[in-house]
Design a protein around this ligand. Structure first.
Ligand SMILES: NC(=O)c1ccc[n+]([C@@H]2O[C@H](COP(=O)([O-])OP(=O)(O)OC[C@H]3O[C@@H](n4cnc5c(N)ncnc54)[C@H](O)[C@@H]3O)[C@@H](O)[C@H]2O)c1
Length: 299
């Protein structure tokens, strides 16, 4: 199958290009960066430079493709002006799905985001209606990134309404790989703002910690933080178990525990638990099938 992968220089796109090429597909990789005019290594995917906010370039790279994996985006709302994030992400997705429909592409994978329900970058924080959150949870995005992803999913819905293309929107959680796992999910030092992701900018103070390093060397601090964190009610109305307090296996057990992986309360932020924990964003992956009859669009 001839597959175009957008955002091919990014974390998701790079992995998608590799996996698809290894699976024997004819891959065209595309991104904003300039190509290098050199002979390709055997098996190396073709690379095309394109800014997808330009419709002509979106059409040019889509021409001849059977399928598109759309991973190009500005992946958070914190490093660019709001209108830049919104415009880039929405127009790139609009141009690409428009081109795909018009040019007869049969399958389209839209990399959306777990932020669509709205909790992660909300200016006015709120908690999920229930946990674990799934794709049926109401979407209440506030920030330009989540809004662009929310609208992007609606563009997929519109495409399958008006054509035979099959679309699926995936909502990955915070993307990690071996090169950034420790940096992003390892313990920040107390007083050091988290660099990115949930709680970014929040400064863990760890007032109960006897040492400046609050995790993992200080179980007291960690235990205090986690034992004061809220435990959301599950859908069935039961209370999820406390998984962090006093546990030395916090990272893995928290990743599986809804009670420790959901939105941080203001109290939890103050004590730095949110920034220090992996937060469990890696634990939840949603998929959303953008066809009237769900399940029909599986690729
Ligand atoms: N990084 C995360 O934690 C995360 C979480 C959920 C969803 N996502 C989504 O996954 C997808 C991939 O994210 P990532 O982590 O690989 O991001 P990334 O920043 O590593 O890669 C994104 C790539 O898209 C390219 N790009 C951006 N705007 C473009 C445009 N207008 N035209 C062409 N290329 C453009 C960039 O140059 C970059 O190489 C994005 O849609 C992102 O929103 C990411």
């Amino acid at each position: 199958m001839r597959v175009v992968v957008t955002g091919a220089h990014g974390k998701v796109g790079r992995a998608a290009v590799k996996a698809l090429a290894e699976a024997g597909h004819e891959v065209t990789a595309t991104d904003l960066a300039r190509p290098v005019f050199e002979r390709h290594d055997p098996g190396e995917p073709r690379y095309l430079q394109a800014d997808l906010t330009d419709a002509g370039q979106a059409y040019a790279i889509t021409h001849g493709a059977d399928a598109v994996v759309h991973a190009a985006a500005i992946p958070d709302p914190t490093s660019n002006a709001p209108h830049v994030v919104f415009h880039n992400n929405l127009m790139a997705t609009f141009n690409l799905i428009e081109a795909a429909v018009r040019l007869g592409v049969t399958r389209f994978v839209n990399i959306s985001s777990e932020t669509v329900p709205g909790f992660f970058f909300a200016e006015r924080p709120f908690l999920p209606d229930y946990a674990p959150v799934d794709e049926e949870h109401p979407a209440r995005p506030q920030d330009p990134y989540a809004l662009s992803k929310h609208f992007g999913e609606q563009l997929m819905d519109a495409a399958v309404r008006r054509s035979d293309i099959k679309c699926i929107s995936l909502r990955p959680s915070w993307v990690q790989h071996e090169g950034n796992y420790e940096r992003n999910l390892g313990p920040p030092r107390c007083g050091t703002p988290a660099r990115s992701g949930p709680g970014s900018g929040a400064t863990p103070t760890c007032t109960t910690s006897p040492t400046p390093s609050c995790w993992p060397s200080s179980p007291t601090c960690r235990g205090t933080r986690c034992s004061t964190s809220p435990r959301p009610t599950t859908r069935a109305g039961t209370t999820s178990p406390p998984c962090c307090a006093g546990s030395t296996a916090t990272r893995s057990s928290c990743a599986r525990c809804p009670g420790s992986t959901r939105r941080a309360s203001p109290a939890r932020r103050r004590t730095g638990c949110w920034a220090g924990l992996p937060s469990g964003r890696g634990a939840t992956t949603w998929t959303r099938t953008a066809v009237p009859a769900r399940g029909d669009a599986r690729l």
